[in-house]
Ligand binder design. Structure first.
Ligand SMILES: [Zn+2]
Length: 482
């Protein structure tokens, strides 16, 4: 979908944004639904055809599409992203391929969120559709933003396109099935993005993992024919005062291993590398923005399978930092690979902050559903930076308590810790597990198990991968260095 600027109208259909509440000043009976009210007030002096939340007016071969939007309380950007999404919905519903958008009633500060809402809403994953199926899709060709403010409009378009490009990249990576994206292919796809951006890439292969003692990743990988890899991308800014390491869980398929998942819960497990996609997307975006910080993205990559070498429940792993882990459940594998990656990141880069993001626990969506990611950490400033980023981007987070008593659930009879601590507080206990691998570094953990992948579309978030984390982590970095 093309998004562009023009100073004049030249398409058949023009879209105008109408604030829902402004329709209320018309004297309408309170028994009517909100939709009917808006329709009636639009009806005042022209012939309209409509269905809601938009209305269409036809006159002299011209068509005006009134797109309504309502204020998302306390979330300014979201109001405009939703307005952009409503426009896309109206275009799709009415099979409109090209449109001019009248920006004259909106403030320039709203433009970039509006553009981002349109772009996020335009995403679909159709790579594997056949010709017949593709021909049935409604494709939007172009949206032209018409205003007298060329500079602000073009800047907003460019900035939204740049953000969207990386969110879409992450969504694509996650939506790709596990026979297309596995450790080797993940690395080669991510490498391509790094090449043009002056990002240094290091890939730690299986042999190097053995030498280094990244035994957690190796143990999870033991039942798979695909070798593991650890992708590391480094963006360095010579003026940087802070080094920030982002670690993303990259389980390219999670069968659960010997503690095999039931078939139903395995269906979407190609999404278990959502954290890895998020840290890479954020790295690319931060590099494009030439952010004043050193950013290192680390993605431990493996799938979790049941091949003949697979680890068994009861096995004990000596992790990269020397901690021994008794594996009670091989399906709690994400924390094992993250433990190694975190310890490696801390030792190698001595960062000011280390943040991990992962589709880590089924307990997280039980607690928070799909509208918030779980958050834990050991540093107030970092936690606040993430919360603020969550509110700004609407990739909202909710902090979970790190009461020391929860730690007891990780006690092992035969090793230092177990990898799973029973059903209670599963998300928190997983976070405590990770805290064994960070030394004294300022750290936060974001659990996106509920937010990374949706069964059904929700506003501008499509069915399947949402790309959550790309915008959140980028904004977090900006908050940390301001
Ligand atoms: Zn698992």
């Amino acid at each position: 979908m093309k998004l562009e600027y023009a100073s004049k109208y030249n398409k058949k259909t023009i879209a105008v944004f109408v604030k829902k509440t402004e329709c209320k000043k018309h004297d309408l009976s309170s028994s009517e639904s909100e939709h009917e009210k808006i329709f009636k007030c639009l009806l005042n002096d022209k012939n309209y055809t409509t269905c809601m939340p938009y209305a269409i007016a036809e006159n002299d071969g011209k068509r005006i599409l009134f797109v309504t939007y309502s204020e998302v309380k306390s979330y300014e950007n979201e109001t405009w992203k939703m307005a952009g999404h409503n426009l896309l919905k109206a275009m799709k519903d009415n099979h409109i391929k090209n449109i001019d958008v009248d920006l004259s009633s909106l403030a320039p500060e709203t433009y970039s969120s509006l553009c981002l809402g349109m772009l996020l809403s335009s995403y679909s994953f159709t790579k594997y559709f056949g010709e017949k199926k593709l021909s049935c899709l409604h494709i939007i060709d172009s949206i032209t933003l018409v205003s007298s403010d060329k500079k602000n409009t073009e800047t907003a378009i460019k900035s939204a396109q740049n953000v969207y490009q990386h969110v879409a990249w992450a969504r694509d990576m996650i939506n790709e099935p596990s026979n297309a994206v596995y450790p080797e292919t993940f690395v080669s796809i991510a490498k391509k993005e790094c090449k043009s951006r002056n990002i240094k890439v290091t890939t730690i292969d299986m042999k190097q993992m053995k030498t280094l003692g990244l035994n957690g990743i190796l143990a999870v990988n033991a039942g798979s024919k695909n070798p593991p890899a650890m992708f590391i991308g480094e963006y360095k800014n010579p003026k940087a005062k802070k080094t920030i390491v982002l670690v993303g869980k990259g389980v390219t398929f999670d069968s659960g291993g010997m503690s095999l998942k039931p078939a139903d819960s395995m269906v979407t497990m190609k999404d278990d590398m959502g954290g890895a996609a998020a840290v890479c997307g954020a790295l690319f975006l931060l590099a494009d923005k030439q952010v004043n910080a050193n950013i290192i993205a680390i993605a431990p990559l493996t799938d979790n399978k049941t091949g003949s070498g697979a680890q068994n429940p009861g096995d004990i792993i000596k992790m990269y930092n020397g901690t021994t882990v008794e594996v009670l459940n091989t399906d709690a594998e994400g924390r094992i690979i993250l433990g190694d990656a975190l310890a490696y990141g801390v030792k190698k880069y001595k960062p000011d902050y280390i943040i991990d993001i992962a589709t880590l626990t089924g307990a997280c969506p039980v607690a928070l559903g799909k509208h918030a990611s779980g958050l834990m950490g050991n540093d107030k400033k970092l936690i606040e930076a993430i919360k603020e980023a969550g509110d700004t981007t609407y990739e909202r987070v909710w902090e979970l308590p790190m009461f020391s008593e929860y730690k007891d659930q990780l006690k092992s009879q035969v090793g230092d810790i177990v990898n799973t601590g029973g059903r209670g507080a599963g998300t928190i206990v997983a976070g405590f597990f990770l805290s064994n691998f960070i030394d004294e570094t300022k750290w936060a953990h974001i659990d996106i198990a509920g937010t990374a992948f949706l069964d059904a579309p929700h506003n501008y978030l499509p069915q399947g991968a949402t790309g959550v984390g790309v915008r959140l982590l980028t904004k977090m970095v900006k908050n940390l260095i301001k």
